[in-house]
Design a protein around this ligand. Structure first.
Ligand SMILES: [Zn+2]
Length: 130
């Protein structure tokens, strides 16, 4: 769950555990909305996070990470998850671009180990070189 404010103009921007983020209804897509009490801005849970993709849900992106840990390539992920390989490649590119943040989230929020995440990155690197 998002507990950071995603408004760059806010004094609490990206600060963790401010206690200022409250749940605030749902948007038209049914996503949980949050509101920052400091700046009053509302945002959906996944907006601005590395697990946000216009085609996929956060859970699906996390699943892709787990499949990468197990050394499944783009085509294998396409087959397992029935997601087009272009979308899978897109997600992997995106993850690689935010590597530090993704590493953090996978360890803290998803429960992967540092070793698993390191292995995922070396596998991703190889995948991209091919
Ligand atoms: Zn704020």
């Amino acid at each position: 769950m998002t507990s950071i404010c995603l408004n760059p103009d806010c004094s609490d921007y990206r600060k963790k555990n401010t206690g200022q983020i409250i749940k605030k209804g749902f948007n038209v897509k049914g996503n949980q909305m949050f509101k920052c009490k400091t700046c009053g801005v509302r945002f959906p849970e996944t907006k601005g996070t590395v697990f946000y993709n216009r085609h996929l849900k956060e859970e699906q992106i996390i699943m892709i990470c787990k499949l990468l840990v197990e050394k499944n390539g783009v085509r294998a992920i396409e087959r397992i998850m029935e997601i087009h390989r272009d979308t899978v490649s897109d997600v992997i590119e995106d993850l690689a671009r935010h590597a530090r943040e993704v590493t953090d989230l996978l360890i803290k929020n998803v429960g992967l180990t540092r070793i698993e995440v390191d292995e995922m990155w070396s596998f991703v690197k190889k995948t991209k070189e091919n």
